[in-house]
Design a protein around this ligand. Structure first.
Ligand code: ARG
Length: 585
């Protein structure tokens, strides 16, 4: 199905044409069109243009107006103030535009982005043998939403879950397991919860021995060397920790209602074979230098206390490679083998210095350049109700699963109260969709770089900017469509529209532009804000315009049509955020 030209784009084109006809010397000038309260749109661009060319803005504006003949699109266009244009569209154009969108399935007439490439997105990256916390929640939720959004614009996306599956702590864990066999059940015999509790137990026990017993500590150190040199027995045990952890990760991702593909879980260890070469390339090109035995990269503008430069450590003096070496190798892999044009990282803002240094080093090497760029979507901290980093009452980090379970429980209360005719099974299913949606929406509706408060009461509230509010709007529309029975939604472009209908229609027209902008700027909160406004405009429409009891059969059909396309837009928009819209609530 062909994409639909948005009303905004059509009006923009007419204005731009009339403007360049009236003022050929201005070239392709932007009329600066935007939605307005006074009319449907206002164009402010003429003012600056006339001033620049030393003309009279009102005269130029008048000339532009007389150059526009588009009666099917523009009902009224007038010069106002010093040289603005106020533009009102015909009702017919609005309905026709929506009717065209309605025939285009899930895409709703939204075109693909003009410049499309391949984005490798690094998100949802927990650490092996460790519990996931709220920080990992953010990365997963934001990354998943960005991925849906980018896919929708036609970008090719490849996921990379850069899990922490390498490092000296494995020496301790593996050595403990060798000395205490049987402490880790085989991965295919446990569920997520058991897996994590096993891992926790092994972690704590091995830590205790490690701290208390010098000789064990030494054996653990030797075990690190064995691991790094690829000793078979050691690697097999390491693999068991990874597999056990993955059982746990997958169970959490499932709770988050999020698809994670096994082949996209490519952790730090996956780049082991590349690291020596990465170091060699850096050193040979002079980007990295030896300093006190280590191989490091210096940056003019990155200094610590005492004004001493803070280097990026590629290789430690003892020969070991760390986090930076794996990230630099990952960049090479993503650029050369995966042919990425964009590298996107969804990682805690506290790692932004690390990425700043890694990206700069990669640029100096030419791995990143004008054609291949990297961005870190550094996200802020999740705060408790007290405004401090989210902790349990005992001061421990909150277990992600507890938090999700609680959200679902709260949602169940809300669902139970509202819908008395649902079976228990239906309540649980809705509660899952509402509860997880609430957690995701709260995260996505604030700009990612800001901290936000984790407040379940607010998140599952039916009033205000919450996912439940949006889900209810959707479910209410579905209920109207069901009640309509035999009467089907149908567009009637000949009908005059009420103000509330026009406002809703014009907002629906902006869905594509919003997705493009939100995806392009990696800003899911802009899509969330759009959807919230859509639900609000729908509510005003619903309050002011009776649907099933409208005056004429044609009007009933046309309003049902508005209901239907609103629902579809809500559904699609929420899906892009990774949130479900139940048919009944
Ligand atoms: N596993 C890391 C952590 O939990 C995040 C990894 C981020 N991605 C990367 N390519 N470094 O802190």
């Amino acid at each position: 199905m062909a994409p639909v030209t948005s009303l905004t784009a059509s009006v923009h084109q007419r204005l731009a044409d009339a403007l360049s006809a009236a003022l050929p010397e201005a070239g392709a000038a932007d009329p600066l069109l935007r939605r307005s309260d006074r009319a449907d749109f206002q164009a402010n661009g003429i003012l600056a243009l006339a001033k620049k060319l030393k003309g009279n803005p009102r005269e130029l504006a008048t000339q532009v107006v007389s150059g526009i003949t588009a009666p099917e699109l523009i009902k009224d266009i007038e010069v106002s103030g010093p040289g603005f244009l106020n533009i009102t569209l015909t009702d017919e154009a609005i309905t026709r535009n929506l009717a065209a969108r309605a025939t285009d399935g899930e895409r709703l007439g939204v075109p693909f982005a003009e410049n499309r490439g391949t984005t490798v997105i690094d998100y949802a990256q927990p650490n092996v043998a460790k519990e996931m916390h709220v920080g990992h929640l953010r990365s997963a939720v934001i990354g998943d939403a960005l991925r849906h959004m980018l896919d929708f614009t036609g970008e090719k996306t490849i996921g990379r879950h850069h899990i922490g599956d390498w490092g000296t702590q494995f020496g301790m864990l593996i050595q403990y397991l060798i000395e205490n066999p049987g402490r880790l059940a085989p991965a295919d015999e446990v569920d997520g919860e058991q897996a994590m509790s096993n891992l926790n137990r092994v972690y704590k026990a091995s830590r205790a021995v490690f701290d208390a017993d010098e000789e064990f500590k030494e054996r653990a150190r030797k075990r690190v060397v064995a691991l790094q040199s690829g000793d078979k027995e050691t690697l097999d045990l390491w693999q068991r920790f990874v597999d056990e952890s993955k059982v746990y990760f997958f169970s959490v991702f499932e709770k988050l209602d999020m698809e994670v593909r096994d082949e996209e879980i490519v952790g730090e260890s996956a780049y082991n074979d590349m690291m020596a070469e990465t170091a060699r390339l850096l050193e040979e090109s002079g980007v990295a230098v030896r300093s006190e035995g280590a191989l490091v990269v210096f940056f003019d503008d990155i200094k610590g206390k005492d004004d001493k430069p803070v280097p990026l450590i590629v290789q430690k003096a003892d020969g070991g490679f760390g986090y930076a070496a794996s990230d630099l190798s990952a960049i090479r892999n993503r650029v050369v083998d995966l042919h990425a044009t964009t590298l996107l990282y969804v990682v805690d803002v506290r790692q932004s210095l690390h990425f700043k240094m890694v990206f700069e080093a990669a640029r100096r090497m030419g791995w990143l350049n004008d054609e291949v760029t990297a961005h870190n979507m550094g996200y802020g901290t999740v705060l408790g109700a007290d405004g401090k980093p989210f902790k349990t009452r005992e001061g421990e980090t909150v277990r992600l699963e507890d938090l999700l379970d609680e959200a679902v429980q709260r949602a169940a209360e809300v669902v139970r109260e509202k819908a008395r005719d649902l079976t228990e099974e239906e309540i649980q299913e809705r509660a899952f969709q509402v509860g997880i949606g609430a957690v995701k929406y709260a995260d996505l509706s604030t700009s990612a770089n800001r901290d936000y408060k984790f407040d379940l009461d607010q998140m599952v509230s039916l009033n205000g900017d919450t996912s439940v509010y949006l889900q209810y709007a959707y479910a209410r529309i579905q209920s109207i469509l069901r009640k309509a029975g035999e009467v089907r939604p149908a567009a009637h472009p000949e009908l005059a529209l009420d103000a509330a209908e026009r406002a809703l229609g014009l907002h629906l027209d902006a869905f594509g532009a919003t997705v493009t902008e939100a995806a392009g700027e990696y800003a899911p909160h802009k899509l969330a804000a759009y959807l919230y406004q859509l639900a609000s405009l729908y509510t005003s429409f619903y309050d002011k315009c009776p649907v099933l009891k409208a005056d004429t059969p044609a009007q009933v059909e046309n309003r049902l049509f508005l209901c239907d396309i609103t629902a579809r837009t809500l559904h699609q928009g929420m899906a892009l955020l990774g949130i479900r819209t139940p048919e009944r609530l």
